[in-house]
Design a protein around this ligand. Structure first.
Ligand SMILES: [Zn+2]
Ligand SMILES: [Zn+2]
Length: 289
């Protein structure tokens, strides 16, 4: 059975995210290990790391993945922004290592004023620069994207080019997002489209590279290339698709986390579950029977 969970806020400290996961009934989890919209990160105190790890163990919540900051752009043509991105991603990997996480989920990047081919080459070079000095530790999970604007990673071919070109192939994995798949034009809402999508993934990348799934419905139709997550069963992905995915024996051992909209803004002091998370998790568990 897949291990289900959700993205949880770290408001009030990292251990709070695990406590929120527990209160919400999560088996697996995703977090930001720092503010996702800022470059700066406060150092993680040893005591906070220890409490986080102890809670995760006590509540049997695993694996836990980190999602990298949205500011990081390894494909940026501007060398200053690219260097800053490499430094920030290195810090994210350090944090994930300290916390014992499954991996750091990263959007490959945007080529902005450059070209797609240059963007893919810059991402591969940045990954090589980062992993040349990191012999062991957490994985980098490249997330397949919806393909908004000049975002890379919306074709499986992009991810394959990055992975095949990198020296540190054994440190790279992939995260698939159901909203992004549909938005990018992989029509998983149809039975044949679902089969074709996973056949293409298997032949271009390999299912052994898939380490995490984001379960989100999509506010926009197949091929829209718009990244707008919706509640499970309320969008264009649909309940049938989630049922197919949850029952797919090839994906049975994988963690699957929600990144669906929340009802409430998280109170740093509270660990009360968000009603929207409870509804979306229940919708998935109902499909699992
Ligand atoms: Zn993402
Ligand atoms: Zn996602």
């Amino acid at each position: 059975m897949p291990r289900l969970g959700a993205h949880m806020s770290i408001a009030g400290g990292l251990p709070r995210a695990v406590e929120r996961g527990r209160a919400t009934g999560c088996d697996a989890l995703q977090i930001f290990t720092k503010s996702a919209s800022q470059w700066r990160a406060r150092p993680l105190p040893a005591e906070e790391i220890a409490t986080f790890r102890a809670r995760a163990e006590e509540f049997d919540i695993h694996p836990i993945a980190a999602h990298a900051s949205y500011l990081i752009n390894l494909a940026a043509p501007d060398p200053t922004l690219r260097d800053r991105s490499i430094a920030a991603l290195t810090d994210e990997l350090d944090r994930a290592d300290a916390l014992g996480l499954l991996g750091v989920v990263l959007h490959p990047g945007s080529y902005t004023t450059g070209t797609e081919a240059d963007g893919l080459r810059l991402v591969t070079e940045a990954i090589d620069a980062i992993f040349s000095t990191r012999v062991a530790g957490t994985k980098l999970l490249l997330e397949h994207t919806a393909g908004q604007g000049t975002n890379l990673g919306h074709r499986f071919e992009h991810l394959a080019t990055i992975i095949d070109g990198a020296s540190a192939r054994d440190r790279l994995g992939v995260c698939l997002d159901t909203c992004h798949l549909l938005a990018a034009g992989y029509d998983i809402a149809l039975e044949q489209g679902y089969a074709d999508t996973f056949d293409a993934f298997e032949s271009l990348i390999g299912l052994d590279r898939l380490h995490l799934l984001h379960l989100n419905d999509s506010k926009f139709a197949c091929g829209s290339r718009r990244d707008r997550h919706d509640h499970i069963g309320r969008g264009w992905v649909g309940l049938k698709t989630f049922a197919r995915l949850l029952g797919d024996p090839r994906l049975a051992g994988l963690p699957m986390v929600l990144e669906t909209p929340k009802d409430n803004r998280q109170n740093p002091a509270a660990t009360t579950p968000d009603p929207a998370d409870l509804r979306n998790l229940q919708a998935l568990r109902d499909l699992m029977g």
